[in-house]
Design a protein around this ligand. Structure first.
Ligand code: PEP
Length: 248
């Protein structure tokens, strides 16, 4: 890890319960104090089940690109911030693939989140076919451009998540070397927008992170933490992942 503050984020997706929130709080509040930032992104209905704590932050998994109005089923950035979310995941591959989140929407949502004083965790990653065709860097450059080319000022307020789509929820993890190669590419690429912000931006890795593989990933110089799906639903394992970031 690096001088950048490690961030370990739990993405519960459409899973969990009040009971899981209570268990999660119990385990996380027992962790020793550290520099690692811990973030839980449950379904928004459970945000209120997490008591305020200085051991963790809360976030959302999506946000509307609109401010307010006739958008049935949507939740605005201001509403999320009022409900206690200080982060929001934007452009997760499941949102891009299943709910039509285009690059344009990802940009609009990123702007809304920042305007509401939340930190967007903007997700990027390649498909297995794109990796096999050796197009990983090209695809990432294209998606990064879509958000930051016209709005480089957003970078200093963002966290980037590199999530190879072939590794999400599959049990297949990018090797530490594979992940480091892409994280280093992203950081170098972003320098053309804002050199200082690119050095400072946290780039976290997501894709089947678990208690066994996390230490080797977090030891890489450009990996600043993890976005954890399945393993974040097991409080003890998630706590072990948080501890591992602390040691790296
Ligand atoms: C994710 O939800 O962003 C994710 C990486 O999931 P998993 O850890 O289950 O692969």
């Amino acid at each position: 890890m690096t001088q950048r503050r490690p961030l370990i984020a739990a993405n519960w997706k459409m899973n969990g319960s009040c009971e899981l929130a209570v268990q999660c709080c119990e385990v996380l509040t027992q962790l020793p104090a550290s520099n690692t930032e811990i973030l839980i992104c449950p379904p928004v209905i459970f945000l209120n089940d997490f008591p305020k704590s200085d051991r963790y932050q809360l976030g959302a998994q999506n946000v509307s690109s609109e401010v307010s109005g006739a958008f049935t089923g949507e939740i605005s950035a201001d509403m999320l911030a009022t409900a206690g979310a200080s982060y929001v995941i934007i452009g997760h591959s499941e949102r891009r693939a299943l709910f039509g989140d285009t690059d344009a929407l990802v940009l609009a949502k990123t702007k809304r989140a920042i305007a509401a004083k939340m930190t967007p965790i903007v997700c990027f990653g390649e498909t297995l076919t794109e990796r096999q065709q050796e197009k990983t860097m090209q695809v990432l450059a294209q998606h990064l451009d879509a958000v930051y080319a016209a709005h480089p000022e957003l970078l200093q307020h963002s966290v980037i998540a590199y999530e190879p789509i072939w590794a999400i929820g599959t049990g297949e993890t990018a090797s530490p070397a594979q992940a480091q190669e892409v994280h280093a590419f992203i950081r170098t690429y972003l320098k053309k927008y804002d050199d200082a912000a690119a050095s400072k931006v946290r780039i976290i890795y997501g894709g089947s992170v678990n208690a066994e593989n996390c230490a080797a990933l977090f030891a890489q110089p450009d990996i600043d933490g993890g976005l954890v799906g399945g393993a974040s639903l097991k409080p003890a394992e998630f706590a072990a992942i948080c501890l591992s970031a602390q040691d790296s």
